[in-house]
Design a protein around this ligand. Sequence first.
Ligand code: 6PG
Length: 466
Amino acid sequence: MGKARIGIYGLGTMGSALALNMADHDIDVAVSNREADWIAPFIAEAGGLAARLYPHESLEDFVAALALPRTILFMIPSGPPMDAMLAAITPLLAPGDIVIDGGNADFHDTRRRAAELAGLDLHFVGLGVSGGEEGARHGPSMMMGGSDHSWQQVRPILTAIAARHEGVPCVAHLGPDGAGHFVKTVHNGIEYADMQIIAEIYGLLRNGAALSPPEIAAILAEWNAGPLRSFLVEITAEVLAATDPETGHPVVDVIKDAAGQKGTGRWTVIEALRLGQSASVIEAAVGARSWSSEKELRQAAEARLGGAVGAITATPEVLAEAFMAARLLAYAQGFRVLAAASVEYGWALEPGLIARIWRAGCIIRADLLDDIAGAFDAGVPEGELILSPGYAERLVRYLPSLRQVVAEAAHGGHPVPALAAALAWYDTMRHGHGTAGLIQAQRDRFGRHGFERLGQAGRHHGPWWN
Ligand code: 6PG
């Protein structure tokens, strides 16, 4: 048996799928797992692909099975398990070896680990992998952060297994250390926002227009044939059309309305705020998930405060335009966070490239990303998507519908935190003169903070201090 080109440690859903994807592309992969009894069943189920998979129970044998420089991909839970594995494996490695974390790690951890391993002449890569199990098995979108040496080593492997958009592989070296994991984090933030926008529109159709889940599924399926085409719209239509075999009810009605979250959406929001921004649509989506998990409180509040909602008269066409407007704004906020982090961490992220590798394989793949890639390639004024010609033209066209939908929702008592956040951001940004002069005056009045005067240099105080 020759040496394997790469080792995958962690044979959960994503690790196994990536190993099989690599084997499918004639890549020899050493595999191992903390629970050794997972390894044999995985190999048994791999069928003909098992010939390319080298199973090893001990970490020493697993490492010894790899060609030099070694490339090891960890697909394990993020956080302390990754630090524990690094402590165990680094003594077995040699200078130039590459360790990849393919999980949804906090990019601050990735930066720290990259610095620690660099001190040992080892290379640490943060690899964002998107697309769930199906993507990992047949073509994920991958966002790589690490050294040039690492990219040279892993590029042929990642290019072989990546999703393709019109033949172009959806994988790129985005920058050093935490760049890949950060871009994946923002991808997930946008994912949260898009999911929440869809859920809010579903709620309006369901509770405000009294449509059934299969009827809403048909509307979404139709939208998916137009400019809103995206993976999330496609699977939502599929989900809403599904019937629960146990009860005969729509599946969506038997699922507890309490959304989980593992942290990436929250990290996007935290980082946006830290960078002096507010990705408010993403923030609304993260908050809505948190509120959803407070089911008992919501039930008590409904009994105490009343849960009645009014009718929604907006047509599916108007709702589709409102959805598009909110999606445009949510994606724009995501790209703003990427731009701010790129400056802060010196990553030189290329937004056009990021949009291109998100066009296939990942969860937020959508026709809109093709337009965004095109916009960045053509040059976006100030790097702000909302100022780019195609974007601005669409925003102006669709905004009346977003305004109508948010107004009707507010009037009828329907919760639409993400749609409302999108509208509020739009309305804030389209006013060159806002109300913050009053905030400045208040700050000066109570704390002598001073303010800038329009058209005059220097720091000033109000007459209340005279
Ligand atoms: C992807 C997804 C994936 C993520 C899930 C669940 O790009 O394939 O983003 O990485 O783990 O979407 O995330 P939450 O549990 O936070 O919803």
